[in-house]
Design a protein around this ligand. Structure first.
Ligand SMILES: NC(=O)C1=CN([C@@H]2O[C@H](COP(=O)(O)OP(=O)(O)OC[C@H]3O[C@@H](n4cnc5c(N)ncnc54)[C@H](OP(=O)(O)O)[C@@H]3O)[C@@H](O)[C@H]2O)[C@@H](O)CC1
Ligand SMILES: Nc1ncnc2c1ncn2[C@@H]1O[C@H](COP(=O)(O)OP(=O)(O)O)[C@@H](O)[C@H]1O
Ligand SMILES: [K+]
Length: 505
């Protein structure tokens, strides 16, 4: 699924009107209807009390007017507060007189803002994707008033005051919603941690935007969902043998951090790799052989940390990083790897920290290398970001400059490709916020990069999605708090199976 900018969303609306030959008020009616359906499916009239609908001057406010009418027709008690404005959109004007007379309507002016009782259900229809400048004056006063009320706020399309795809000035107010019900496609702002307090939980409802436009529009941001991944993971052929899926080498572990090597190794095996060899420092030999008997084990000459590479000739992909520490010998081994590898690389954790501390090494990164930093590791590779939007720009620039794939990990992990495209993952849950879950991702990335059938982009997309999906499957059994990284590998197989394309008839 594509992520559209605010400008592209407007184009999508216009294309829909044109393709369907309908008027914009019809699309507004449809949008407000699916919004109202969403709300009424979750909130009975008896639990709702009197719903307050706050409407701005544009089409977002128009949606609010229609929702107020529909709620009234469905037996809810409703009142409407209007933000005073010099002019209103045509579709707002169209719907204003269609409000039933039984719905009380008032202008909500600064200085005379009525109290909002705690727990009131408020529909925030002040501003949506048409916001052009930060809120000030009467609009800002109204939003501050609402946020102080501890109401149950449901925002239509976007929390009012939030730009769809650009940062806010720190001091400009934004509605703090419990739920944001957004039309057709999520907006970038909904995916970023800095907006979490405003967005609450977000939900997408379909309004039937032009499929033609959505297929043709040139987006540079995408959502990684099952539809995007369809056809990217081929089934295992009947006569497959272990060579079909590649031989991976994992360089991982140091004294006290052998668990990272074990987690990544198990995950790599569950990711379907044909053969796996793990090189660990001597201290890890028995651990690895016992915990992961399916993997072969090479022993580094150093007892407690990695110091050198084996002959790389047998391997189809090499992963380095989980639990390796930052010893100088390990840095030398990394440098050797960057200089000599002729196969796909996956770099994580301390391999990234070593790169960050030795920036000239970045120039040795082979093209198509896959890096999996969390935001702190990414900062060490680049610079501190001003905000989440700036961090995405740094991510994009980094992937372009070094022609590599970078997964910026977190909720909605974002993969940047060398061509500058961004892909936001949709699977996973806060149960993943536990030590070692990143090591599991590394192992899975390594397995899929070792599979010669997969393009680098496809391997990375499949890995981030299946990792999160495994966490969702696991959390169904363990709960989020009870989820530990070691639970994840056993669900990777199912997550991948769900994505596997059956052979065509
Ligand atoms: N996508 C879909 O599928 C569909 C989308 N639909 C809905 O349309 C919404 C977009 O509507 P929209 O374009 O009319 O913009 P909206 O968000 O109401 O704001 C514009 C108004 O606010 C004003 N204004 C702006 N900034 C301001 C500020 N800082 N402070 C004060 N005023 C400010 C601006 O005035 P101006 O800038 O012109 O002075 C103008 O009056 C979208 O989010 C969705 O809810 C559905 O109806 C149909 C299907
Ligand atoms: N709140 C969250 N929602 C979804 N995924 C998350 C969340 N928190 C963490 N994750 C995922 O968990 C993994 C954590 O990786 P990382 O920070 O490297 O952990 P570790 O170093 O302990 O292995 C990443 O894949 C990240 O995307
Ligand atoms: K809104």
């Amino acid at each position: 699924m594509k992520l559209l900018t605010a400008a592209q969303t407007r184009q999508a609306d216009a294309a829909t009107l044109q393709d369907e030959g309908i008027r914009s008020v019809a699309l507004m009616e449809r949008a407000a209807t699916v919004f109202t359906d969403w709300l009424t499916a979750r909130l009975a009239p008896t639990d709702a009390g009197e719903i307050l609908v706050l409407c701005g001057p544009g089409n977002n406010g128009g949606d609010g007017l229609v929702a107020a009418r529909l709620l009234h027709e469905r037996g809810y008690r409703v009142r409407v507060g209007l933000l005073p404005a010099d002019k209103h959109s045509a579709d707002f004007e169209h719907n204003r007189p269609r409000l039933p007379a039984a719905v009380p309507v008032a202008d909500w002016r600064p200085g005379k803002l009525p109290p909002i009782e705690p727990g009131t259900v408020v529909i925030d229809a002040l501003f949506g994707t048409g916001l052009r400048r930060p809120l000030e004056g009467a609009a800002a006063a109204l939003v501050r008033h609402l946020n102080a009320a501890r109401a149950r706020v449901v925002s239509i399309d976007l929390p009012s005051g939030l730009f769809a795809d650009a940062p806010q000035p720190k001091d400009s107010p934004v509605v703090e919603a419990r739920h944001t019900v957004t039309f057709e496609l999520p907006k970038l702002a909904l995916l970023l941690p800095q907006n979490a307090r405003s967005v609450g939980r977000w939900h997408v409802v379909p309004v039937g935007l032009s499929p033609r436009f959505l297929a043709e529009v040139d987006a540079d941001m995408h959502l990684v969902d099952a539809a995007l991944l369809a056809g990217r993971l081929p089934a295992r052929p009947t006569f497959a043998h272990k060579g079909t899926f590649g031989h991976a080498l994992l360089l991982a572990g140091s004294k006290g951090k052998l668990g990272a090597a074990v987690l990544a190794a198990r995950s790599c095996l569950r990711g379907g790799v044909g053969l796996l060899t793990v090189q660990v420092p001597a201290v890890g030999y028995a651990v690895l052989q016992t915990a992961v008997p399916e993997a072969m084990c090479l022993v580094d000459p150093e007892k407690n940390h990695l110091s050198e590479l084996p002959d790389l000739q047998p391997y189809n992909a090499v992963g380095m990083g989980p639990g390796i520490g930052q010893d100088d010998d390990t840095r030398a081994a990394l440098e050797d790897l960057l200089g000599s590898a002729r196969v796909p690389l996956v770099l994580d954790a301390d391999a990234l920290n070593l790169l960050g501390a030795n920036r000239p090494l970045l120039d040795l990164l082979p093209p198509d290398t896959l890096l999996t930093p969390h935001p702190k590791e990414f900062e060490r590779l680049t610079e501190p970001a001003r905000d989440d939007y700036h961090r995405l720009q740094l991510l994009r620039d980094f992937a372009r400059q070094y022609r590599c794939y970078v997964v910026l990990k977190g909720a909605y992990s974002c993969l940047a490709a060398p061509d500058g495209q961004l892909y936001f993952n949709t699977t996973g849950n806060p149960g993943l916020a536990t030590g070692g879950s990143g090591d599991v991702l590394t192992g899975l990335c390594l397995a899929l990069r070792a599979d010669k059938r997969l393009a680098p982009l496809d391997a990375a997309l499949l890995a981030i999605y299946a990792h999160g999906r495994a966490a969702d499957l696991a959390a169904a059994h363990t709960g989020q708090a009870g989820l530990i990284a070691g639970d994840l590998p056993q669900y990777i197989g199912q997550a991948l199976q769900e994505l596997t394309t059956a052979e065509e008839f």
